[in-house]
Design a protein around this ligand. Structure first.
Ligand SMILES: *[C@@H]1O[C@H](CO)[C@@H](O)[C@H](O)[C@H]1NC(C)=O
Ligand SMILES: *[C@@H]1O[C@H](CO)[C@@H](O)[C@H](O)[C@H]1NC(C)=O
Length: 395
């Protein structure tokens, strides 16, 4: 009975709601924008905050000890012991953390905070991350003879993320109108973190991978950058006007690579060569794109340098090691995944790497500090504090 009443009640409310909601949200949006801008996140596991929990994939961080230092101490889908880079950027710009786009809680005025579209395992290229399909899914793929397109449900590839961004804008438009939505998007901050997987989980995934037979490394980098340019151009088309674009870190220095590709604990050479080729070309491409647009829409974050600082001199940053992951097994704790059965360090703040691939919350804090205040060798053409100051002056 009470349940039935509840239903009737909300049905009546639903009829009265739209106008009230539009009015409330309309006034809310002007006040939120004064306080905090919307924030949109695109990319891979370095910035995924839980979308993959809603997908059939093996690329997820939904089990302990992931999240052990998160405020709830529970796994959330973030590939971190605690907060990740988007969480820390949200703090810096004074907004609530964004929800994963696939979260059922992302409705109503929560949409105005922004959204996180990122999905662990994806890359710039559509064929990056194909190994993250679950075995069960592969079996049903086999039995029911689904098409290759159906396989794309396993992770949200970048073009799907952009499609969701468009869908998001349609949803927000129905709440606050098209004009206000455009304004919300153009005044928003955007973060995109992509590219590492195109090497680790594609070109170098297996010896003689399809891409490595197709391209020499320098040619592959040129190709990947040309595809990334299209992604960024699309983001611009969809209304983004302030976009932080992170380069890759020193890929060969991750504990996973030390364990698999290094005999003496030096960063793995081939992946280091990949990062050394990729990062300068990314900056060049961003410069060209900004030149064409005639405005500094895209801001390059030199993640390679940000990581290299604490990888080369961990003690200067209060880490006991930058080679051994806090959670994992085997040499450098770099083999396999971080699970309940893994070695787990007692103090995560002393480790630069949380798991074989991902930085710890403390390392993320150092990175976000540089994004905020770093000089031109870290942030090109300017850092986030400068952007915020500039944008607060533009009406
Ligand atoms: C990747 O997929 C998107 C959407 O499915 C498509 O538009 C794009 O052309 C593809 N890129 C390449 C290089 O095949
Ligand atoms: C970055 O931020 C600081 C303020 O925190 C500022 O002094 C510095 O000049 C900025 N650097 C660049 C390159 O914008």
């Amino acid at each position: 009975m009470p349940r039935f009443q509840g239903l009737v009640c909300s049905a009546t409310l639903a009829m009265a709601l739209p106008l009230a909601l539009v009015l409330a949200l309309g006034s809310l949006i002007s006040s939120t924008q004064a306080a905090a801008r919307a924030f949109f996140v695109f990319g891979d596991s370095l910035v995924d905050n839980g979308n993959n929990n809603y997908l059939v994939t093996t690329a997820r961080a939904d089990m302990p000890p992931y999240g052990i230092d998160y405020p709830t101490h529970l796994p959330t889908g973030r590939f971190s012991n605690g907060l990740n880079i988007p969480d820390l950027i949200s703090q810096q710009i004074g907004s609530e953390p964004t929800l994963p786009y696939l979260s059922p809680q992302l409705t109503g005025e929560r949409l105005l905070v922004g959204a996180n579209f990122a999905s662990a395992g994806i890359g710039i290229l559509n064929d990056t991350g194909i190994q993250f399909v679950s075995t069960t899914f592969l079996l049903s793929f086999h039995r029911r003879s689904l098409t290759f397109d159906d396989l794309q449900v396993n992770i949200i590839r970048i073009y799907k993320q952009l499609e969701y961004f468009q869908q998001y804008q349609e949803r927000v438009s129905s709440l606050i109108g098209e004009g206000q939505t455009q304004q919300l998007v153009s005044q928003a901050l955007v973060l995109i973190t992509l590219g590492g997987n195109d090497f680790v989980n594609n070109y170098y995934l297996v010896p003689f991978s399809a891409r490595s037979r197709q391209f020499s490394l320098p040619d592959y980098v040129v190709y990947v950058i040309s595809e990334y340019r299209k992604v960024l151009a699309r983001l611009y088309e969809l209304g983004a006007r302030r976009v932080l674009v992170t380069g890759t870190g020193p890929l060969g220095c991750a504990p996973a690579e030390l364990a698999q590709r290094s005999r003496d604990g030096q960063c793995a050479e081939e992946l280091q060569r990949a990062a050394a080729l990729y990062n300068p070309q990314l900056i060049q491409m961003i410069n060209n794109l900004n030149g064409e647009i005639g405005s500094d829409v895209f801001i390059a974050a030199n993640s390679n340098q940000m990581h290299a600082d604490f990888i080369n001199n961990p003690r200067a940053f209060g880490f006991v090691t930058s080679k051994v992951a806090c959670c994992g097994q085997g040499p450098y704790n770099g083999i396999g995944l971080c699970t309940v059965a893994s070695n787990l360090c007692p103090n995560r703040d002393l480790y630069a790497f949380w798991d074989p691939f991902h930085p710890s919350e403390r390392a993320n804090r150092i990175i976000v500090q540089q994004i905020m205040r770093g000089d031109a060798s870290y942030m090109h053409p300017m850092n986030l504090s400068t952007i915020m100051e500039l944008d607060s002056r533009t009406p």
